[in-house]
Structure formats: structure tokens, C-alpha cells
Write a protein that binds this ligand. Structure first.
Ligand SMILES: *Cc1c(COP(=O)(O)O)cnc(C)c1O
Length: 391
């Protein structure tokens, strides 16, 4: 989001009702499951619009209402729903647009549980899918069938950062009357606004950058009222996977520093990726804004910046070599997830016992790096030491 006046208005003001809680700069956590009405007529009207009025916390919650408005505004959409995890947000959005007999086109390497959702979970309910190489929008077009209802996007993806041309895919979808959904967790609305390119629903793992401190799991779905309203009534209230009031408050706290954190990790990741790119111990760097990365020109057209997540392929002969290098890092925790204050590494080698008969879609020598809030020099020195130590 280039307009900083607008950005800080949203992050610090939009949706807040400070006058109703003594002018407190932060809203209280409303630890309540239900809300009382002053009379029967008021109770009646609350039941009729559980989405917008305090009645029961599964449907509406004051802190949630604040954060919903902020996220909808950041994504330049009309409304948003918060869920108990990113996976819940993806499942909610996808389920809301599909029914038995429908077909979806998805990328070959989406987030792991998105892969499971389409290939295994939805198959049980009679929904089929075709996985395509998402770097060419024509592949989406070629996979469309008479019963295709959804084109699903994840650009960049979160392991090897393939880029999909959003505008090319949404123009195909428009032409055919098909809904599009994107997982925008990598970029956040600060660096990529999919609604501008015509994407209908934008989902997030709020666990990652939106929360930003690795202290809760949460998710978001943003979109137009014509899709969010029925999603609330038909799917959200049934699935019931809400973000708790406490975690909603934690998400709000994360949003206050979103701009600070995103620009910091973007800059640091670019420095570290540039350093690693020229290091003889590194075979390849997967960073969407490196000039030699395939897809970087599309990335630069549709994103303002790259975030703090990227991968490298190490010039190693064995798992042992990779393990030695990664184990030598002092400032990178060995853990899954990403987008927190702390720097992380995750080697693909952790997925299997051995590199023999490698069966995964990502290279065996891949190491994913999530850059945290440490100084760039600290992280570069750490990698230099790890790569250049003998034995
Ligand atoms: C982590 C992640 C998810 C799932 O989010 P959770 O909050 O862990 O459920 C979805 N998409 C991407 C790209 C992710 O990295």
C-alpha cells in the first residue's frame, strides 16, 4: 500500500470506538460469549443480523469488528472474516464457493494443507480439481471444464516462490464467470493488493506477518459483501472456527507495527539474499525480486516489494553437509512457520530420512529462510560463519 496517510489511518484509527471504552488507546478484551439486549425489540433485531450486532461471540465480537474493518480496508475489499487459523480461512473461503460436482483449478505446489484440502478432503464431498503450473496463466485456462467454479492462486508460493500473473488469471475467470481466491500470506496487503487485479477473495494465515510475533494461530478472509455475507450465514456460523477475543487482540497488536516490520524484513531479506546469491556455497536463491529469478518481472509489476521469506539451494553433496551448515547457525531457530520477529530456517532435508529416491516437489537441498527483525549484518555474518566453517 503506497498511500501512507491511508495506511496509518487504517492501522491506528479505522474501526476503533475509543469513546465507548474511556478513550483507551487499545480496546479491552471483551471476554464474553453473549451480549444482553435492553428489550425484546432490540433482541429481535440482533437475531436478524448476527453478523453486525452483538448477540453471540461466534457471530460478532467487538474486537473482531475492529480488526475486520482494518483488514477489509487494507485489502481494499468490503468486508472480512477472522478464523482460528489460516487453514480454517482457506477451507472456509473455498468451501463457500464450491458444491458437490464442482471443479477447481489450483497450483501444483500450494501450502501443504491447501494441497490436502483440494486433493483429499474435498474429493470426499465430490469436488474435483486439476493442479497446473501457475507460472503460465494459460495453464489455468486450459484446465477449465464446464463445471469449474474456482481458480485458486498462491503467488508467490511459500517454498519456491513461483509467481502467477494475477491479472491474466482473473481476466480468464471473469470471462467464464469463475470465482478466484488467493492466499496472500506471503505479501500481506502492504506489498500486494490482489483485489486491484480483480481477485475476488483474499485469504491469509494471520499467524505469519499480520500477527508477526509467533504468539497465536489465526486466519482472515477478505472479499466483497456478495461473497462474504453468504459465507457468514452458510459456512462461517456452521464451521464456527472463530478467532478468540484474546487472539483477536493479539492480532490487533501485531497490525500496529505491520508497516515497520514488513519494510524491515523486506530490506534485510533482500540484503541476505543478495549476499547468499554470490556465495560459492549456494547453488541458487529463490527470491522473487532477484533479477535472475524467473517471474521477477511479473512479481515487480504486481507487488510493491518482496517480504522476508525466501529459499536457497545449498551446493551440498549430502544431507549431512546441509545439516552441518544449518546446525551451525546461531541466529536462526530451526522451526516451521514464518513471519515472526525471529529468524528461522527450515531445510527440506527435515522432511525425509534420506535424499535417496527424493519424491518431493521441492529440491532436496532447499533451505527456507524466514528473516526476522535482527540486524542484516548479524544475519549475514551468521550465514558466512555457517557456510565457511571447516567441518
Ligand atoms: C502457514 C500457512 C497457511 C496456514 O496457516 P495456519 O495459520 O498455520 O493455519 C496457509 N498458507 C500459507 C502460505 C502458509 O504459510
Amino acid at each position: 500500500m503506497e498511500n501512507k496517510d491511508e495506511l496509518f489511518r487504517i492501522l491506528f484509527h479505522t474501526g476503533e470506538a475509543r469513546e465507548s471504552y474511556f478513550g483507551a488507546v487499545n480496546p479491552p478484551v471483551f471476554a464474553t460469549s453473549n451480549f444482553t439486549a435492553p428489550d425484546v425489540q432490540s433482541l429481535r433485531s440482533r437475531i436478524q443480523d448476527e453478523f453486525r450486532y452483538p448477540f453471540y461471540t461466534r457471530g460478532f465480537h467487538p474486537t473482531q469488528a475492529i480488526v475486520r474493518q482494518k483488514l477489509a480496508a487494507l485489502e481494499e475489499t468490503e468486508d472480512a472474516l477472522l478464523t482460528g487459523s489460516g487453514s480454517a480461512a482457506i477451507a472456509l473461503a473455498v468451501i463457500s464457493v464450491l458444491k458437490a460436482g464442482d471443479h477447481a483449478v489450483i497450483p501444483t505446489k500450494p501450502y501443504s494443507w491447501t494441497h490436502f484440502l483440494f486433493h483429499t478432503f474435498l474429493a470426499r464431498y465430490g469436488v474435483s480439481c486439476t493442479a497446473v503450473d501457475p507460472t503460465n496463466a494459460q495453464n489455468y485456462r486450459n484446465a477449465i471444464q464446464a463445471n469449474t467454479r474456482l481458480l485458486y492462486l498462491e503467488t508467490p508460493n511459500s517454498m519456491t516462490f513461483e509467481i502467477t500473473d494475477m491479472q491474466a488469471v482473473t481476466s480468464i475467470a471473469r470471462e467464464k464467470g469463475i470465482v478466484t481466491i488467493i492466499d496472500n500470506s506471503y505479501s500481506t496487503p502492504l506489498f500486494q493488493q490482489p483485489a486491484r487485479w480483480g481477485v475476488d477473495l483474499v485469504v491469509h494465515s494471520a499467524t505469519k506477518y499480520l500477527g508477526g510475533h509467533s504468539d497465536f494461530v489465526g486466519g482472515v478472509v477478505c472479499g466483497p459483501k456478495v461473497l462474504i455475507d453468504p459465507m457468514f450465514r452458510n459456512d462461517f456460523m456452521v464451521l464456527g472456527g472463530i478467532l478468540s477475543p484474546e487472539n483477536t487482540q493479539t492480532l490487533l497488536k501485531g497490525l500496529r507495527t505491520l508497516d515497520l516490520r514488513m519494510n524491515r524484513v523486506s530490506e534485510t531479506a533482500e540484503k541476505l539474499a543478495t549476499y547468499l546469491n554470490q556465495h560459492p556455497g549456494v547453488q541458487k536463491v529463490y527470491h522473487p525480486f532477484l533479477p535472475e529469478f524467473s517471474g521477477s518481472s511479473v512479481a515487480k509489476r504486481q507487488m510493491q516489494r518482496a517480504s522476508g521469506l525466501f529459499s536457497i539451494a545449498l551446493k551440498a553433496q549430502s544431507f549431512e553437509e546441509i545439516e552441518q551448515i544449518v546446525n551451525r547457525l546461531n541466529h536462526f531457530f530451526l522451526a516451521t512457520s514464518w513471519g515472526g520477529y525471529e529468524s528461522l530456517v527450515f531445510p527440506a532435508a527435515a522432511f525425509r530420512e534420506t535424499a535417496e529416491n527424493w519424491d518431493m516437489a521441492i529440491p532436496w537441498n532447499l533451505v527456507r529462510i524466514s528473516v526476522g527483525l535482527e540486524d542484516a549484518d548479524v544475519l549475514i555474518r551468521d550465514w558466512k560463519n555457517a557456510l565457511e566453517a571447516n567441518g
